[in-house]
Design a protein around this ligand. Structure first.
Ligand code: ADP
Ligand code: ASP
Ligand code: MG
Length: 813
């Protein structure tokens, strides 16, 4: 004998039922077969909904009932040839009238008891199984329909009845041993108590019906046919990357289903496990897919972690108090109070100080639990030895499941650090001593992210997903998106990073794309976006709560720099091309660095100094390896270097500056470069990264710009520079006469920093510096006599974008 169970979606409508019929036709060639079916998908909800509406005095219950009737009539008409239809149609009509009578009664009484709930719900499976049995007959496949209420005996715990196995096993064996038929059709989910009153086995219970019958008959196998091709490494609705688990042990399948893997109803495994009956999970809509085999010994070669699951609607109950320490019996009384109220405890933790016991239960039971526990400890509470029960809401449990975990240290470490890196706060932890399951209680809003992060950590050797939120699409931003377009494949195949731009904004528009903005076509997509709004942009990043999120600021905007702290506090890394934050007050700079440390994320701004040159990275590496910086000499303005390399007193100074701006080397406001402010910010950042507590006002600026040039608008600035041409020419000629070049040099030494124009002679390290190059000389403990030199192009959109890109990769690692 073999038992095949078909779930709600498998029998949702005539089309799907036809698929079921062909699967069964194949199966009966192999063995005698029992088919257990669920109600047509969604019907149980409709039925219970109708009951609730009726009890609330809401007449729209009638609409639900007519919908139910319609669905069954339609399925009948489509499946059964007209000549055979009438009997089934009147059966459907008759049952629907009965349901209506019951609901009318409920409407009058305004009362829906668990017993009447079961009565109403039972019609779903009753009707679907009748239709399917008739369909087989119409196709010439002989079969016997049998009411499960005559086979499965339960107690009277309506809506979630417990099975009386000895009585059930007898009835099942008595019935099937005398029935010669080769195909049986049985409604799942429903049963009856000793007095024949209808009960149900709990929502999703048709799986259980099939397992109970399979076990009673020691069937050769049980197949659960559903709408996915097997049990998966995680809920496919939460993780797009979930994979089918080909083999799994009974124990693991049981843990996964208990912890929320809806694909099997949790009690299902127990009866088949005791008889060692193999269970297959198969897909009605892709019958040739292999599916999952559940059996006693799992394949040892599989992953260490077999699957990940989650349960929502959890509350955490904490019983705390100094009066509990060292006194036995407190936990016993807590659990007794809960069990007297039939409250199921999902997870337990107790600290070794015994100061508190913490249990997780279904949210529905919260207020009942509070009453029961506070009553049980009323004396202690009155004496202030114990606090009244504390309840925390909106929680969920996520769990890692796998039998092999017990022989592998470090699994929980990986689990919690992956969650920690993504800002998921863990409220309670439990690990059974069997080590088959590690569970954590977290906020419900973090579930999707956690499942994805854990899935990535334990199952996705292929790649890690990085979610970018980019603001600023000027010269550098556009180049960055260009470079990303070219690099995405390489990153995925070589670095195992899947980088996606989830959010993109400039000052006018913003867009969010769950599957990522296409970097080849970002302009058009952005044009079609909504009006830009920084506050909303940040809100969206936080609400999306995606793993490995990185905020990329490619603006020069002070408002954008002000949102970093909010994001860092959500463990979202910042990559800033914008120099404002790192060069703001020391206090703010320090706060951001500290937040990044505290929340396990990164605050990176390599491109703040020398564009794409590895200057800050090199400095950080020196510091981390224990070196100390004594002195820095540097030419840090690509713009100024370009200007002084190209200015020879023949062309006007203003024209050379304009050329630098046109070629994209200057800040949006070129006065920041010419006046030395940009260089001051850079040397300050280097000094700060060297450990110096330094502010802009501590830096000496020996500006070469006449004050007349630094007023008014950018246009005024160019005009004023033209007027001052003799001043600039004189600077050049003096240097030239001395055989020197002009360089705008930044220095940091003994805690002091200064910037200014200097005559550099040919023997100097800074002399041979061409185009828009930058150079930094680090004098350290280790590089005493000859400095460590970093030199190369220090401005330009292309190199800056590549520096931002490198920071993004660094933040993702
Ligand atoms: P049926 O109606 O066939 O009983 P269910 O809806 O009860 O089907 O269960 C199948 C669904 O369970 C799938 O569609 C899937 O969305 C969900 N599910 C949750 N967790 C898992 C998991 N780990 N593996 C497979 N499916 C899962
Ligand atoms: N029809 C019932 C439910 O929806 C039982 C089942 O489908 O397994 O809960
Ligand atoms: Mg189910």
């Amino acid at each position: 004998m073999q038992v095949l169970k078909f779930g709600g979606t498998s029998v949702a409508n005539a089309d799907n039922i036809s698929k079921v019929v062909s699967i069964v036709k194949e199966s009966i060639k192999k063995d005698r077969t029992i088919v257990v079916v669920s109600a047509l998908g969604g019907v149980t909800d409709l039925l219970l909904n109708a009951g609730t509406l009726a009890a609330d005095g809401d007449e729209t219950y009638k609409d639900k009932l007519s919908l139910i009737e319609q669905r069954h009539l339609e399925a009948t008409k489509q499946l059964i040839p007209v000549t055979y239809q009438s009997q089934l149609l009147s059966l459907v009509k008759k049952s629907c009238n009965e349901i209506e009578d019951i609901c009318n009664g409920i409407f009058l009484l305004r009362e829906l008891t668990p017993r009447s709930k079961d009565r109403i719900a039972s019609y779903g499976e009753w009707l679907s199984s009748q239709i399917i049995s008739a369909k087989f007959k119409a196709e010439g496949v002989d079969n016997v329909w049998k009411d499960a209420r005559e086979l499965i005996v339960t107690n009277s715990n309506f809506t979630n009845a417990e099975v009386d196995f000895p009585a059930t096993n007898d009835r099942v064996n008595d019935f099937f041993s005398v029935q010669p038929a080769s195909l049986f059709v049985i409604p799942g989910f429903i049963a009856a108590n000793q007095n024949g009153i209808t009960t149900t086995l709990g929502r999703g219970g048709s799986d259980y019906t099939a397992a109970i019958i399979a076990s009673a008959l020691t069937a050769k196998l049980l197949e659960i046919w559903t709408d996915v091709s097997g049990m998966m490494t995680a809920d496919p609705r939460l993780t797009a990357n979930a994979r089918i688990i080909p083999h799994i042990s009974y124990q693991e399948a049981m843990e996964l289903s208990h912890f929320g893997a809806k694909v099997i109803y949790p009690p299902t495994i127990q009866p088949v496990m005791t008889k060692n009956i193999p269970v297959w999970i198969k897909n009605t809509f892709a019958p040739s897919d292999e599916g999952t085999l559940i059996e006693s010994a799992a394949n040892k070669n599989g992953n260490i972690v077999r699957g990940i699951s989650s349960i929502n609607n959890i509350v955490l109950l904490s019983l705390e108090g100094s009066g509990m320490i060292g006194i036995p019996g407190f936990s016993k009384r807590l659990f007794e109070a809960l069990s007297n109220e039939k409250i199921n405890v999902v997870l337990i933790t107790q600290s070794s100080s015994e100061h508190s016991i913490c249990v997780a239960v279904d949210a529905v039971a919260a207020s009942k639990a509070k009453q029961a526990v506070d009553a049980a400890f009323s004396n202690e509470i009155a004496l202030q030895r114990v606090e009244p029960l504390i309840i925390e809401n909106e929680l969920s449990i996520v769990a890692l499941v796998g039998e092999n975990m017990k022989s592998h240290p470090g699994i929980s470490g990986r689990m919690f650090s992956a969650m920690g890196r993504n800002g998921v706060n863990i409220r309670a932890i439990a690990q059974g001593s069997s080590e088959k399951n590690i569970s954590a209680v977290i906020a419900t809003r973090d579930v999707r992210k956690s499942i994805n992060v854990m899935h990535e950590e334990f199952f996705e050797t292929t790649y890690k997903q990085v979610n970018l939120f980019i603001i600023g699409t000027g010269n550098v931003g556009a180049k960055l998106l260009d470079q990303m377009k070219q690099q995405l494949d390489f990153l995925q195949t070589q670095m195992r990073l899947q980088v996606r731009v989830i959010g993109l904004s400039n000052s006018r528009k913003m867009i969010f794309k769950t599957d990522g903005v296409d970097p080849g076509n970002w302009k058009q997509q952005l044009d079609e976006g909504e009006t830009a709004n920084l506050e909303k942009f940040v809100e969206e990043i936080v609400n999306r709560n995606l793993r490995n999120s990185v905020f990329v600021d490619i603006t020069a905007n002070d408002k954008v720099a002000m949102v970093y702290d909010q994001l860092l506090q959500k463990s979202i890394s910042i990559v800033a091309c914008n120099k404002i934050a790192a060069s703001s007050d020391y206090e703010n700079y320090k706060k951001l660095k500290d937040l990044a440390g505290e929340y396990n994320c990164q605050f990176l701004f390599e491109t703040n100094v020398g564009a794409g040159l590895p200057i800050i990275g090199t400095l950080n590496d020196l510091m981390r390896s224990g070196d100390r910086i004594h002195r820095i000499d540097a030419v840090l303005s690509g713009t100024l270097n370009f200007v002084f390399n190209n200015y020879d007193g023949k062309q006007r100074f203003a024209a050379v500056v304009k050329q630098a701006q046109d070629e994209g080397y200057t800040e949006p406001d070129p006065r920041l470069d010419l006046g030395g402010t940009d260089v001051m910010r850079k040397i300050m950042i280097l000094a700060r990264e060297s450990g110096e507590k330094i502010e802009m006002t501590d830096i000496e600026n020996n500006s070469f710009m006449p004050p007349s040039c630094m007023q008014g608008t950018v246009i005024d600035f160019y005009e004023a520079m033209s007027k001052e041409e003799t001043h600039f020419k004189k600077l050049y000629e003096e240097a030239n006469a001395a055989g020197c070049k002009l360089k705008f040099v930044a220095s940091y030494k003994d805690g002091k920093a200064s910037v200014g124009l200097q005559h550099i002679d040919p023997a100097h390290d800074l002399y041979h510096l061409y185009g828009k190059d930058n150079v930094v000389l680090f004098y350290t403990d280790r590089y005493k006599d000859q400095p460590l030199v970093v030199k190369g192009a220090g401005a330009g959109a292309e190199v800056t974008a590549s520096g931002v890109f490198a920071d993004i990769i660094r933040a993702s690692k």
